[in-house]
Every structure is written in structure tokens, then in C-alpha cells.
Design a protein around this ligand. Structure first.
Ligand SMILES: [Zn+2]
Length: 395
């Protein structure tokens, strides 16, 4: 019997069970005990200067709060992010390749955003697309300006763990292929839908898809044992900016009006980001996962759209994002880490050490919080119907 008991115990220890997505931090920890993770996940990354801004100007030289010098909670570690590259950029030339290689050399996470930035494949199609994308990332390092040269980033396959789907068009066929290739996580879903009872105080924490995702929109991803999902964070608007919700990607924050005809001033972008961080900190402290696009932060792109000069300059948006990051790093609980670091922490969650000044809980407008999760009313169902008619983001 002792042998059986020991084997049972070893099975429990050696074979980790799934980690269901939850509104609560892992390991029985209280929100007040856990780091407030911020993850910067950048896809597309078509332009060298946008990627270089994120790496060389935004993050280089910035460090997480010192905490109690505990590596298990990333105390004092360099600020790091995750970049999801497109395989077809193997032919984009030296400037893009150099920027991508720089991401790797600076210690950021390299993930995959497909080969051709196309979606809707069957399993065989996804298998081919994923394999071709991985080829660019893992091929021997070579960044050449010659347009005929197929470049490579030289990233070890063992260091590539994450996937974000182009246009977030995930599917069961794709997820089966991600499991085949041994991906640790996907980050194509999102959390924070008001009509599902969510706001920035009660986003869903990452978890494995053994039993699917509890509040999926627009589609249920299905059940995929052991595959982690790190959802992107939708944004609440501060009351004085309208008090509603906007999408989860940078291109959603850049526009003041839903028809995307009026630029949002850069200062408002910083205000929105700070407001949402405060709401996460005062809520269940689910990670704040920012969906960026490296090209959107370059100096050339986003200055003129469809021939119309934009009123908010790229440099102003860069300053706003920098302002937000400095604000975030002034909070003792905040840790800006790679997505794979969040998975690692969730597998073995460690509490923060004694902090100098805990952040007081924010009071969510309307008494929100986890208590708002419940059965969907007529209004919520109507909102779901209306949102279903909206176009999906083009990214
Ligand atoms: Zn994309």
C-alpha cells in the first residue's frame, strides 16, 4: 500500500494537472499577495524602427521594482516583453531582420505569428504554415539586405514557446497543430468583455484549455489539455473619457471615435493605460496583457492613414507609452515580464515579499468586481449580438 501511495504521490508531483482559467490568483494566494504582471505582446513587427523603439528606447535600461530581491517574483529584473514574428519577413531585408535579431539578443521572448499572416487553414494547412514560420525563426542567423536572400534569426527551437494567431482567428484545427508542435501557450483570446460581466477589476487569469475557456468571445476555443491561454486585456475607459470599453489592441486605443475618423490625443492613451493598471491592481490582479504592433510605434507608420495626416504624432504616442511604463514601474507590485514568465510563475506561484507601500484597492464604478459575473441578462445578450456584427480587428 505504501508503494501505491508513493506512486500516486509521485504521479501528482511529476504530472502537473491542468490549471483551469479562474478569476482568482493561483495557489490560493490573495490578490494583495501576488505581483501585478504586465505583459507587452507585440505582433506583426513589420518595421524595424517601431520594433527598435520598443526594445532600445522603451524597455532598455528599465527594471522592475526591487521588491525583496526575490527572483521568484522577478524583483529588480530587466523589463522584458514578447514578440510574435511573421515568417514571411524572412524576405523583408536586413533592417527588419536586424530589428528582430536585436529583440532576441536583448533577452525578449520570441514567439510566432504565422508565416503568411493568413488564417482559416485546415489542420494540414496550419501544419505547413507553422513549420514555415518556425523555419525563419530557427534558421541559422543571417540578416542580409539582398532581397533575394532568405534571412534567419538563429533562435533555438527550445526557446520558442508561444503563438498569437493573425487577426486572432483561432480555431480548433490550429490549436490541435499547436499541441503537435509542442507550443506551451496561445495568446489570441481576450478577456474583459462587459457583456460577460467582466471589467478591468476581474479579468480572467491565464489557464490551460483542458475544459476550454469560461467566457469566450466570439468563439469557444474547445478543449486542449495542457495548452495555456494568456488572454489579451480589453480596456475600460475612465468615466471622464466616456466610461465604456474599447478593444484590447493599440490600434483600438489610437482612435477617439468608433468610426476611426478622429485621433485620440496621446495624453489620453497614457491616461487609459494608467486607469486600467489601477483597476487591475485594485481588483483580482489578473495580468494586464497589452496587445501592441511593433510597426504602429515606428516613426514612419501611423503618421498618414489613407492619405490623411493624423493629428497625433508617433513621437507623442511613444512618449505616452513611456510615461505609462514609468508610472507602472513606480508601483511596488508591478512586474513587466515575458509571457512565458507568467506561465512559469503560475506553475509555481510565489507571493511578493513585504512591500513598502501597498497600493490601496480601487473602488470599481458601480460596485463591480467578481460579484458581477453571473447569468447573462437580456441587455448582455443584446450587447453580444451587436458586438457580433462588428468587424474583427485587422492585425
Ligand atoms: Zn497580425
Amino acid at each position: 500500500m505504501k508503494t501505491i501511495a508513493l506512486l500516486t504521490l509521485m504521479t501528482i508531483v511529476v504530472c502537473p494537472q491542468g490549471a483551469p482559467p479562474s478569476k482568482e490568483p493561483p495557489g490560493g494566494l490573495l490578490p494583495s499577495e501576488v505581483p501585478q504582471f504586465i505583459t507587452i505582446g507585440s505582433d506583426d513587427n513589420n518595421s524595424g524602427d517601431g520594433v527598435n523603439f520598443l526594445v532600445d528606447e522603451l524597455m532598455d535600461g528599465r527594471f522592475n521594482p526591487a521588491g525583496t530581491d526575490n527572483p521568484a517574483t522577478f524583483d529588480g529584473t530587466p523589463v522584458r516583453a514578447s514578440f510574435y514574428f511573421i515568417g514571411v519577413h524572412e524576405r523583408a531585408g536586413g533592417m527588419v531582420c536586424d530589428a528582430h535579431r536585436n529583440v532576441y539578443l536583448k533577452g525578449h521572448e520570441i514567439g510566432v505569428h504565422g508565416y503568411a499572416h493568413e488564417v482559416g487553414f485546415d489542420e494540414a494547412g496550419w501544419r505547413e504554415d507553422v513549420a514555415k514560420a518556425l523555419d525563419y525563426l530557427t534558421r541559422d542567423y543571417r540578416c542580409d539586405d539582398d532581397g533575394n536572400t532568405i534571412n534567419g534569426l538563429g533562435v533555438p527551437r527550445s526557446e520558442i514557446h508561444g503563438w498569437r494567431t493573425p487577426m486572432d482567428a483561432y480555431s480548433p484545427e490550429l490549436f490541435r497543430v499547436l499541441q503537435e508542435f509542442g507550443f506551451v501557450y496561445d495568446c489570441s483570446l481576450s478577456t474583459g468583455f462587459g457583456f460577460l460581466g467582466e471589467d478591468a477589476t476581474n479579468h480572467t487569469w491565464p489557464g490551460t484549455l483542458d475544459q476550454g475557456w469560461p467566457a469566450s468571445f466570439p468563439d469557444s476555443p474547445g478543449n486542449f489539455a495542457g495548452l495555456w491561454e494568456l488572454p489579451q486585456s480589453r480596456m475600460d475607459l475612465p468615466p471622464d473619457l466616456g466610461g465604456e470599453q474599447i478593444g484590447y489592441c493599440d490600434s483600438d486605443w489610437f482612435w477617439k471615435t468608433p468610426d476611426r475618423s478622429v485621433d485620440r490625443p496621446a495624453a489620453e492613451i497614457a491616461t487609459i493605460l494608467k486607469y486600467n493598471l489601477d483597476r487591475h491592481l485594485g481588483g483580482n490582479r489578473a495580468p494586464l496583457h497589452l496587445c501592441l504592433h511593433g510597426n504602429a510605434w515606428g516613426r514612419q507608420e501611423w503618421e498618414v492613414i489613407r492619405g490623411i495626416p493624423r493629428s497625433t504624432r508617433t513621437s507623442e504616442r511613444q512618449a505616452a507609452l513611456t510615461d505609462f511604463l514609468d508610472y507602472a514601474l513606480s508601483k511596488p507590485e508591478v512586474r513587466v515580464v515575458r509571457q512565458i514568465d507568467v506561465v512559469g510563475w503560475m506553475r509555481d506561484p510565489a507571493p511578493l515579499g513585504e512591500l513598502p507601500e501597498p497600493t490601496p484597492p480601487a473602488t470599481p464604478p458601480g460596485g463591480g468586481g467578481s460579484g458581477r459575473c453571473g447569468a447573462l441578462g437580456v441587455e448582455a445578450l443584446l450587447a453580444m449580438f451587436l458586438v457580433a456584427l462588428m468587424p474583427r480587428r485587422n492585425s
